[in-house]
Design a protein around this ligand. Structure first.
Ligand code: XMP
Length: 510
């Protein structure tokens, strides 16, 4: 397996992922872990990621020089290459011209890292750096050059240490995959044997080893793919000693609780269902501020979950569907980011209940988790369900959340889902949903004047929810959505379509 040390680059996650796509397991760790931990990982190769720092910065993240003497092949990417140069006695300079975007790479030596590539033609690669290598460390040779980087790639004389100035992990580097494949197969000697099935086997074995024969694990099920896959994995390892708690907060979509419960009962999971709708709704009465809503829902959830967990008796572990993107903020060197919205999760529970965490998915990305779900036999609809926020419909009802407004939104939302599925658009977009606005507008139905609610449609395309754009849905589908909602949902006489991108808007309205 390959260890990726993170120096805070935006694309570190892609490195691990590209390597796993080659069927070689790889994990990311912060660059601050010590040599002992690195040795304990026993990697067949190490990749040093890029990062925003300059090696001469006071605070620049470093690794111990001895890393290069472990006898393990190392590939430094961008900042990783500069750090390698700096630590091994070469020279890094601020280049006068910063290089961002595409560059033409000329390969000078295609014996190992660039094996199979032509010396004749230039290749397009993606650069993003301010500093560059002025002088390679002693014993290094240059493997490739670009206009602004005379040393765009290098290796040492033992053929173990490599550096590339560009980013092989991004899609814009046309030969990125070849380079990473050469590194992991030719240089590190890995075999392409890693699959999701082997991931399941390893994860199950690890959980079985961690959890003692009498110990219990709890898990909060939301019906989303992350918590579901987590529960299925842990169940394979500990069986009945996993107790799942499914809290109905009264803010779920139409039929949601039933669908989720049905599936888990079929899978023989031990699920405790708690209907806490009344409690949630009574606490939300009169509340209109979005952050206040989120806070109340988060706290109430923890309270209900804790009370239910107490009934199970002594529990030692909490299984959580944390994914890699959820932890990336804490790994990287960017400062804490501003709270735009406080996302709802079971944060705070582990400390309060003195629970240890089991997070079997924390190295994975969403699409890998979906693949895992498939391998574990989850139905297509659950695997490919659109994301649904923890605070549920409460943040899609602008203003106060009441039973009447929930009923209206539930009906409108069900129509959106139905029509999106029927037209084949549901699985093509990131999210599609209805939002209930706190205003009424005038309409005319039959010969009567109406004065009723407005529903907004929000349909977006996105890769990771960090940025999003509104989906260009066909007019006839929009017409059908608006027609059905106005005709079938009592209390709505107008439908509008949200055409804002993120940023500056967000996906949800609250
Ligand atoms: P925003 O509105 O911030 O949403 O652009 C980005 C993505 O996150 C989802 N979302 C949440 N998910 N708990 C969650 O689990 C939350 O509190 C929460 N708020 C927003 C949102 O649906 C979108 O996919």
């Amino acid at each position: 397996r390959i260890l990726v040390l993170d120096f805070g680059s935006q694309t570190t996650q892609l490195i691990a992922r590209r390597i796993r796509e080659l069927h070689v397991y790889s994990e990311i760790r912060p660059c601050t872990i010590g040599l002992e931990e690195i040795k304990a990982f026993s990697p067949k190769g190490i990749v040093l990621s890029g990062g925003p720092a300059s090696v001469y910065d006071q605070e620049a993240p470093r690794v111990e020089r001895a890393l290069f003497d472990l006898g393990v092949p190392v590939l430094g990417i961008c900042y990783g290459m500069q750090l390698m140069t700096y630590l091994l006695g070469g020279q890094v300079e601020r280049s006068l011209k910063r290089e961002y975007g595409p560059a033409n790479l000329k390969v000078l030596d295609n014996s190992d890292l660039f094996h199979g590539l032509s010396l004749e033609r230039p290749y397009r690669v993606w650069m993003s750096h301010g500093d560059r290598i002025e002088k390679m460390p002693p014993g290094f040779v240059c493997l490739a050059e670009s206009e602004n980087s005379p040393v765009a790639a290098m290796k040492d004389k033992t053929g173990r240490l490599f550096g590339v100035q560009f980013h092989p992990e991004v899609a814009h580097t046309e030969i990125g995959k070849d380079i990473l494949a050469n590194f992991v197969f030719k240089i590190c000697g890995c075999q392409p044997t890693w699959t999701m099935a082997s991931f399941i086997e390893e994860a199950v074995a690890r959980i079985s080893q961690t959890v003692g024969p009498e110990e219990k694990v709890i898990c909060a099920l939301s019906g989303g793919v992350d918590s579901s896959v987590t529960a299925l994995l842990v169940h394979r390892a500990v069986g009945e000693r996993l107790v799942c708690i499914f809290v109905n907060n009264g803010l779920l979509r139409k039929g949601e609780a039933e669908t989720v419960l049905d599936f888990f009962r079929h899978s023989h999971l031990n699920v405790r269902y708690v209907d806490a709708s009344d409690l949630f709704l009574s606490r939300l009465a009169g509340v209109t501020d979005p952050e206040e809503k989120r806070r109340i829902i988060g706290h109430t959830f923890i309270e209900v979950f804790e009370a239910e967990a107490q009934k199970i008796g002594e529990v030692k572990y909490l299984a959580q569907g944390t994914l890699y993107p959820d932890i990336i903020e804490s790994v990287s060197f960017r400062g804490p980011s501003a709270t735009i919205k406080s996302h709802h999760n079971v944060g705070g529970l582990p400390e309060r209940m003195k629970l240890k965490l089991i997070e079997p998915l924390k190295e994975l990305f969403k699409d890998e988790v979906r693949e895992l779900g498939q391998e574990l036999g989850m139905p297509y609809e659950l695997i490919w369900r659109q994301p649904f926020p923890g605070p549920g419909l409460a943040i899609r009802i602008i203003g106060e959340v009441t039973r009447d407004r929930l009923a209206i939104l539930r009906e409108a939302d069900a129509i959106v889902t139905e029509e999106m599925k029927a037209s084949g658009w549901y699985y093509k977009v990131w999210q599609s949903f209805a939002v209930l606005l706190p205003i009424r507008t005038v309409g005319v139905m039959g010969d009567e004047r109406t004065y009723e609610h407005v529903v907004a449609l929000r349909v977006v395309d996105s890769l990771d929810a960090m940025t999003a754009d509104w989906t260009r849905l066909p007019y006839d589908l929009l017409a059908r959505l608006s027609g059905r909602i106005i005709n079938e949902v009592q209390g709505v006489n107008r439908v509008v379509f949200d055409i804002s991108s993120k940023p500056p808007a967000t996906i949800e309205w609250e």
